[in-house]
Design a protein around this ligand. Structure first.
Ligand SMILES: [Fe+2]
Ligand SMILES: [Fe+2]
Length: 278
């Protein structure tokens, strides 16, 4: 379709979200900070500690079932030490994107939290070294939807209505109006915020996991989590369908029937307890 919003315009608008008055102030501030190439854990820790509301949100989140640490994490310095730079960055964005998601697409936050819990459970079953990194990636995987909705609300709403009416996914409906989909939009943002390649790749390819050549496991986990959460009916992701699992991704995660039963039974409780956090 020739009147689709072109790539250049789209990217410019997406990357300019800091300038939007409708973007929550915390998100704007965090986004500006993360654009600096060499931000350290100490500086981020200070940024959180200086903001009591942010401190409460981060500590509630890391102590929720979405993370599942055995003891209580009672301070920001303890959290940063345990979780590391990438997870803390992701959480900071996650808790500040919450407000944006609530404003743009009711249910997207619950969907994202559900995916966070599912991804951590799968990553643990697969023995990944950094299960928290994959789960924070799942928290942010659909951030592109919130930003598209914010910048192009009329067009995006139209796409959502079409997806619902036709029984297709929002991912398919987006392509009629935009030359990049929400996964690519999310990818631009996490690149801008200097996230590691594994996280960027998993966000970029979460709907086409077979295209991720370097990080197939991380990408497959985010993809499978998304489908499981939709199948379980947690939250709302912009359409009413449960897409098929990509066969290559399914093979990569290679979950047993017992694993799936276990994940599904833990999913609802985990997502519910995490959604009490904000
Ligand atoms: Fe998505
Ligand atoms: Fe999703």
């Amino acid at each position: 379709m020739s009147d689709r919003i072109d790539l250049q315009t789209l990217r410019r608008k997406v990357e300019a979200i800091n300038a939007l008055p409708t973007v929550p102030a915390t998100l704007r501030r965090i986004s500006v900070t993360l654009e600096k190439p060499r931000i350290g854990l100490e500086e981020l820790g200070r940024l959180i500690s200086n903001d009591p509301a942010l401190t409460t949100k981060i500590l509630k989140m890391v102590n929720s079932a979405a993370y599942g640490f055995p003891g209580r994490i009672s301070s920001v310095s303890h959290a940063t030490m345990l979780l590391g730079l990438n997870v803390i960055k992701g959480l900071l964005l996650g808790v500040s994107v919450f407000e944006l998601m609530e404003k743009t697409m009711i249910g997207l936050w619950e969907h994202s939290l559900g995916c966070t819990v599912a991804a951590r459970l799968i990553a643990q079953k697969k023995g990944l070294k950094e299960p928290e990194e994959v789960s924070v990636c799942s928290l942010l995987h659909d951030i592109g939807k919130a930003v598209l909705m914010l910048q192009y609300s009329e067009v995006y709403e139209k796409a959502m209505h079409e997806a619902e009416g036709e029984g297709t996914t929002i991912y398919d409906a987006e392509s009629r109006y935009f030359m990049a989909n929400h996964a690519e939009v999310g990818h631009w943002l996490v690149q801008k915020w200097h996230f590691p390649p594994s996280l960027c790749d998993a966000i970029r390819y979460h709907h086409q996991p077979n295209l991720s050549k370097q990080w197939p496991m991380e990408t497959a986990i985010v993809h499978v989590s998304d489908v499981l959460v939709r199948a379980k009916g947690i939250g709302y992701a912009g359409d009413l369908v449960v897409p098929a699992v990509n066969p290559a991704a399914w093979k990569t995660v290679n979950l047993s029937d017992g694993d799936i039963r276990d994940i599904l039974s833990n999913l609802e409780d985990g997502a519910a307890s995490a959604s009490d956090t904000l």
